[in-house]
Design a protein around this ligand. Structure first.
Ligand code: ZN
Length: 176
């Protein structure tokens, strides 16, 4: 019998796990491989371009991304760390943990990321454009930071008010 469950439950704001810094992964075990696969399935199922472990219930330093349009850009990063960054630019972002919320966030244009791959080998990856944004967004999740923490207090207040209102109107509509 197939016991594989591809869909992991999502943790959405204001779940405490989203504001808690994650633990380093000591060893890339079979369990980490399986969880990375489940995260990948979940990301694709959500039409996402990136997902961090705490968004699906585990406070460990693991992210997956795929910024391609045809599922050819899949990458996993274990214990990722930005070791160099260049330039800054604002770009609109969304987040699987805040369904329906869009915020303009300032990020580095290009980053070098040091991490382990799923074989446990140390790698340095150079990312630019959308991929650089995505990696910075996901690494923030590992540090207990969401994109709400990357905008001004006033923008945060406006965004949350608008988001709550839209969520409520969605509920009202779907209950009818
Ligand atoms: Zn996110």
């Amino acid at each position: 019998m197939d016991t594989y469950v591809p869909w992991l439950a999502l943790n959405t704001y204001p779940d405490d796990i989203l504001s808690t810094p994650c633990e380093e992964i000591a060893e890339v075990t079979v369990d980490i491989h399986e969880f990375a696969n489940d995260m990948t399935q979940t990301m694709y199922a959500c039409d996402g371009i990136g997902l961090a472990a705490p968004q699906v219930g585990r406070s460990i330093r693991l992210i997956v991304i795929d910024c391609s349009k045809d599922a050819t850009g899949l990458k996993h990063f274990v214990n990722p760390r930005i070791v160099a960054s260049r330039g800054t630019r604002q770009r609109a972002e969304t987040c699987i943990s805040f369904p329906g919320l869009k915020l303009r966030v300032s990020r580095a244009i290009e980053v070098d990321v040091e991490s382990l791959d799923l074989k446990g080998n140390k790698t340095i990856y150079n990312a630019s454009g959308l991929e650089a944004n995505c990696i910075q967004h996901e690494i923030d999740h590992l540090d207990g930071i969401t994109f709400l923490d990357r905008v001004s207090r006033q923008q945060r207040r406006h965004a949350l008010r608008r988001w709550e209102k839209e969520k409520n109107s969605y509920h009202t509509t779907s209950e009818i």
